[in-house]
Design a protein. Structure first.
Length: 350
């Protein structure tokens, strides 16, 4: 109902956190991760086909090469356990003279995943909104971000501005991977998967990471291709793009995006009142509960009031999936998490 802008009995609820936060919550309540999702009455479940390609062999220094050929390193901080890019395999590409390095690169294949259990897993989660990987998964990054991992952030930015022919070849190959991956996933689900989650950050804290011309030239066509492919399976693409992305939202909608995530309210010009007024009839919003400033720093009573405001604004007339704006971090008090979900579950006066 919420997806179709009809008001449900309550907003559908989702959960996401770092694995350390999930572990701490599980220990505190004596619950497994699945039991924790039940405790918070989370309406979404994720189905992830296992990777069955060549093994990722760890070096003595703890690094390994992922399926894209990017060297990664796991780092554990006080707040999270994450994978960082340690080496960009196409970082020495400088101009069109290096086209052969792009064309000859060993690009990954979506056939390196086992989709045979997808339908069974969907059946296991019957009654939930079933989503393809991405909400909680490290490594599922869209075309733009995958280019920054392959070429390096600064180098990718320069090449996008100076070497269009070559970068279009790279964009095509990354896009083909994701279209092929999600098409196989949705086909294997036999119509039982509701959403795919595609994440590709286009914003920074205060502005866009790339200008609109670059987005329209390189990334809008592939986003439309992904949305159209999902639609062909009667599924919906949830588009995750952090930061201050207001100027691109009309283009997201034109590409076929119907659900926008994460609604980073701490970013510039991402006020929920403005977003709902301008785009509420065209988009369903997923997220909105700020994990950057509000959840870690406010008191539980203030979190309760903020949750009510968020539900009142974004949840008016449907079109809202309740969720933190990103993975809840370890500096967030557990009582704030409880306060947020208690209101989402039990308050319905909007």
């Amino acid at each position: 109902m919420a997806l179709h802008h009809e008001r449900p009995d309550r907003a559908p609820i989702n959960f996401r956190s770092t694995d350390i936060v999930a572990e701490n919550l599980g220990k505190y309540y004596g619950k497994s991760y699945d039991e924790l999702l039940e405790y918070y009455q989370v309406d979404f479940r994720e189905v992830i086909p296992p990777y069955v390609g060549p093994a990722f062999e760890k070096s003595a220094d703890g690094t390994f090469y992922d399926e894209w050929g990017v060297r990664r390193r796991e780092r554990i901080t006080g707040h999270s356990r994450d994978l960082y890019v340690d080496l960009n395999p196409l970082g020495d590409v400088e101009d069109d003279d290096d086209m052969d390095k792009v064309l000859g690169y060993k690009w990954p294949t979506p056939d390196a995943y086992d989709y045979s259990a997808v339908e069974r897993l969907c059946d296991q989660y019957e009654g939930y909104a079933i989503c393809g990987p991405g909400i909680h998964c490290e490594g599922y990054h869209g075309v733009f971000h995958q280019l920054t991992y392959l070429f390096g952030m600064e180098n990718a930015m320069i090449l996008l501005m100076s070497e269009e022919e070559m970068m279009q070849e790279a964009v095509r190959r990354v896009t083909d991977f994701w279209v092929g991956y999600y098409d196989r996933l949705l086909t294997a689900s036999k119509g039982k998967m509701d959403f795919i989650f595609y994440k590709d950050d286009m914003g920074t804290q205060n502005s866009l990471m790339i200008n609109r011309d670059v987005f329209m030239t390189y990334f809008a066509p592939g986003l439309k291709e992904l949305c159209d492919m999902a639609d062909s399976h009667n599924a919906t693409l949830i588009y995750h793009t952090c930061g201050s992305v207001m100027p691109l939202i009309p283009d997201f909608i034109d590409a076929g995006v119907r659900v926008l995530d994460p609604i980073q309210t701490s970013a510039k010009n991402m006020d929920i009142h403005v977003l709902k007024e301008k785009f509420g009839d065209k988009l369903t919003f997923h997220g909105g509960m700020d994990t950057q400033q509000d959840l870690p720093n406010l008191k539980p009573d203030a979190i309760r009031e903020l949750t009510k405001e968020t539900l009142s604004v974004l949840g008016k007339d449907g079109g809202y999936f309740f969720s933190p704006s990103h993975r809840i971090q370890q500096d967030t008090p557990l009582e704030n998490i409880d306060a947020m979900y208690d209101v989402a579950l039990n308050w319905n006066e909007y």
